[in-house]
Each structure stands twice: as C-alpha cells, then as structure tokens.
Design a protein around this ligand. Structure first.
Ligand code: NDP
Length: 282
C-alpha cells in the first residue's frame, strides 16, 4: 500500500493527510482503538480536551512502543478556557494527559463569537505563545468562518496552520475552503463521511461498485483528491483498516464532480453553525 502523503503547512511543518479521529470514543476504549489504528499504520491522531480521551491517546503510543516523534498528535482548546490564563492551564493539562512535552498541532476548537465578548483574538495570542515556547509545534483553528479568519489576519501576526471544519459530500463548505486555499490555511475536514450518512448515497454506491471499493473509501478518496486532511473515526477494527486503504486507486474528474454535486449547502450541515455555537461543557 502506498504511503500516506504529507501536507506542508504555512509554518514549514508537515502533517499526514490521513489520520484517525477519536471524537465519541469512550475514554476507556480509546487506548485500544488508537493502538489498532497505529498497528494498521496510522501516524496521525486527532483528539481534543472536549473528547476526554487524551490520556488514552498518549497511552496507546507508549503501549505500541512507538517514539513520540513518530506520531502526529492534534489536540484542541476546550470552549470553557478561552481566557488567556485558563488557556495556559488547559494546555498544560493537555500535555500532561498526553504524557508528552509537546503537541504537533493545537487548535482553538470553536470561535464562540457570542461568548467572551467575541474575543478570540486574545485566545489566539495565547496560542502564539505555545508555539513560541515550542510546546505546540503548530497552532491552528477549528470551525472558523471566513470573517473569523479575516479578523485574526487583521489583528494578529500568525496565520493559522490549518482550519478544521465540517466537510463531506453533503456539506462541501467550499467558500471557507476556498478562502483557506487562497490565504495559505489548509482545510482539515471533520466528519468526513458525515458520521456514516453519505455511505448509503446511490451516487457514491455506484462509483464504489464500479471501482470495487467501499462507499467510505470512495468518499475519503474524494477528500484526499480535493487536498483536504481527513481523520475518520471508527471503533471497528475492519473499518479502521478499510479507511486506511485509500491510496491504491484514484477517482476520475467525473467521479469527483458527481460526488461534489451532492452538496446540499447549509441544509447538509450535520454539526452546529460556528456563528451561533456557544456550548461550554459542564
Ligand atoms: P466520521 O465522519 O468520521 O464518521 C464516524 C462514524 O462512521 C462512526 O459512527 C463510525 O462507526 C462510522 N464509520 C467509520 N468508518 C466507517 C466505514 N468504513 N464504514 C461504515 N461506517 C463507518 O465522524 P466524526 O464526527 O467522528 O469525525 C471524524 C473526526 O473529526 C472526529 O473523530 C474528530 O477527530 C473530528 N471532529 C472534529 C470536530 C471539530 O469541531 N473540530 C467535530 C467533529 C469531529 P464505528 O465507530 O461504530 O465503526
């Protein structure tokens, strides 16, 4: 099987284009699921303080006998910790839970424009310190809309290394992606298979049958060929393996266009709208 390609970020660091997401994997099941992924060959794990499973991620890397440097780890600042002092404490805890003295990528999980007087700029400036002291090799954002990215560009010195946003065939999110491409902020596509909702689509099914691949493989391949980074989540070993086997085939332009045509715009969004999302976990 061909190797997972790397994407070069605007700070010169590299990220594997395919990773393993651990949202909604219960803490006690995380180490085993990630261990399975590592054994299959994944070397990029996407976690978050909000997922409450950073410890399992760190544990699995040690259990697998891998050097920390062999695995790319992303975590995210939880919504309750946007004030600079809270962010510093939360980041210390993330590192402690991972059992590592650095993360490869640390993200502001949500912009929360209706909270904190709309101030995510001072949060970002705190993230810049984590990068300067080397404990976050790269810093980025998640769920930022174009106007949020524009505000950071106006007010701060550092361009986010990535923007992690909802993207799948039913919600292509192409305006935010295009802004990112133009301004050197690569897109990471969360819920890349729409939590399974696109897998029964007849267009996807027809393409998959013609290629002798599964629907999930075809959709993940669509993301890869559009240039986004993806990290499908699964606790099922066969699916974890299946989702990794997407580098021995290609889609034609017509197949890519047919999948892109499934976009439903805002109606296809499965997660919350970042302009109004204001959830702070208890
Ligand atoms: P995904 O689109 O990755 O879908 C996961 C679901 O699809 C699970 O129910 C899984 O089932 C199922 N599944 C996985 N692979 C297959 C397959 N090959 N065939 C059939 N079903 C399959 O959803 P997520 O929401 O988990 O998104 C992926 C990652 O993106 C997250 O884990 C997280 O890291 C990140 N994310 C980030 C967000 C943010 O705000 N920044 C928000 C949401 C996600 P099962 O596990 O039972 O096998």
């Amino acid at each position: 099987m061909s190797a997972v390609p790397n994407i070069t970020l605007n700070d010169g660091n590299h990220i594997p284009q395919l990773g393993f997401g651990v949202f909604q994997i219960p803490p006690e099941e995380t180490a085993l699921a990630v261990r399975t992924a590592l054994e299959i060959g994944y070397r990029h794990i996407d976690t978050a303080e909000m997922y409450q499973n950073e410890e399992g991620v760190g544990q699995s890397i040690r259990d697998a006998g891998l050097d920390r440097a062999e695995v790319y780890i992303t975590s995210k600042l939880n919504n309750g910790f946007h004030k600079p002092d809270d962010a510093r404490r939360a980041f210390d805890e993330t590192l402690q839970k991972l059992g590592s003295d650095y993360v490869d990528l640390f993200l502001i999980h949500w912009p929360l424009p209706t909270l904190y007087d709309g101030d995510f700029v001072s949060t970002w400036q705190t993230m810049e310190q984590f990068r300067q002291d080397g404990r976050a090799r790269s810093i980025g954002v998640s769920n930022f809309q174009i106007h949020h990215l524009q505000e950071l560009a106006r007010e701060t010195a550092t361009t986010p290394a990535v923007n992690q946003i909802e993207v799948h065939p039913y919600f292509a999110n192409d305006e935010v992606r295009a802004y990112g491409a133009e301004h050197n902020v690569p897109t990471e596509a969360w819920s890349p298979i729409a939590q399974g909702a696109v897998l029964g689509d007849p267009v996807v099914g027809r393409i998959a049958a013609g290629l002798g691949k599964t629907a999930a493989q075809v959709v993940l391949r669509w993301h890869i060929e559009r240039g986004d980074t993806v990290f499908p989540k699964s606790i099922t070993p066969e699916r974890i393996r299946e989702n990794f086997a997407i580098f021995d085939f290609e889609l034609t332009d017509d197949q890519i266009d047919a999948i892109s045509a499934l976009d439903k715009g805002e109606a296809g969004r499965r997660g919350p709208n970042p302009d109004t999302f204001d959830y702070i976990p208890a």
